[in-house]
Design a protein around this ligand. Sequence first.
Ligand code: UD1
Ligand code: CA
Length: 420
Amino acid sequence: MNKKIACIILAAGKSTRMKSGTPKVLHPVCGRPMLEYVLDLTEQLCIKRTVAVLGFKHAEVRKYLRAGIKPVIQKRLLGTADAVKTGLSALKGFQGTVVILYGDTPLLKKETVKKLLDYHIQGNADATLLTATPEKCAGYGRILRDKYSSIAGIVEEKDADDFQKEIREVNTGISCFNKKSLDAVLKNVRPNNRKKEYYLTDCISLLYKNKGLIDGIKLSDIDEAMGINSRVELAKANRLMQSRINEEFMKHGVSIVDPATSHIAFGTRIGQDTVIYPFTVIERNVKIGKCCSVGPFARLREGTELCDNVSAGSFLETVRSKLGPKTLAKHFGYLGDSRIGSNVNVGAGTVVANFDGKKKNLTAIGDRAFIGSDTVIVAPVKIGRGARTGAGSVVTRDVPAGETVAGVPAKAFKKRRGKR
Ligand code: UD1
Ligand code: CA
């Protein structure tokens, strides 16, 4: 991508409408802070200079910025124009196109930003807006056009009159500016509006008055540029992102019996011919091999790895655990901090007690072990290859390979003749 493109990501906002102590841009969408999706865009488009404008709880947000992204702090949240001005302070000497992205629009696709940038650069415009005509316009700024149908300004909903509120074309916020033209008008923005804020959107009417060239392209899929301001919109974004993720898996040979009830975090890896049954929750950092069966009603938490041909059945919860090839855990249970080998049978109701009240402890279960129903494994414990536990045992000590234990606490049941 062109060296003459810089990006400013606006992410300083508080989360007034979210009613939250967490910065809005860190609220997760499919298991990942919404800001990360926006950071992906600048990475995918290879934009060399990116500035992130941070404000509310900036130390927290900063942790998510990647190498090469420069944070600048907006001291007082005076509005989007002030935020851009703050961002520009890190782009001194830069000339070219500035693309503005909002940290609260995680559904935006790189193809769309690319199209906007190309259009802006080819048209040599002072500003190019990404607009849309959604079913519900509530909350968005409306695009004002003159009698020649040229963009003449943007009016925020709070400041719009009844006539303007009827306008169906809205501002997505995503925009490109010629840096020089932006500099020229930004300083003239005044907080003459209901919110008493400096609006970036006012730059458009200022450019228009200066006889600047303002262009726009219309987005066909409004969902893509949806700004998330409330918990209701957050839930909607989750739903939309989830269907994108699930469709991608299905395209790559994963069966999802009921996509609407399968929550699979962004970044999950799932192999071909695996079947995900309904009401399954797969959290972030989970890897699933080929030909596995997951759910219904399974919850695979962070750090779970299922090798090929594993069955993780109904009401199973796993966390930080690896299940080796062909291991079956088909019925309810809890497996935490466990390394389980191949061909292990984990009986119904098996619980790994990984937490002793102070710390999490590890459990290792060797290949071909057979864990009887309702076994409680009190970690740290090692269960050897081919060992067996009787139904209802409480295993508090290591079980040698091939040995059978049973009871509470579990004791050697019967030694195998010849070898241990
Ligand atoms: C903004 C646009 C509106 C558009 C909508 C699209 C303005 C004035 N309005 O409204 O026309 O239809 O987005 O979603 O731009 N931010 C800062 N510093 C600030 C204020 C905001 O960094 O001082 C950041 C926020 O974190 C957010 C983004 O800017 O990521 C947009 O701010 P927000 O308050 O959500 O603007 P909207 O009211 O949604
Ligand atoms: Ca917004």
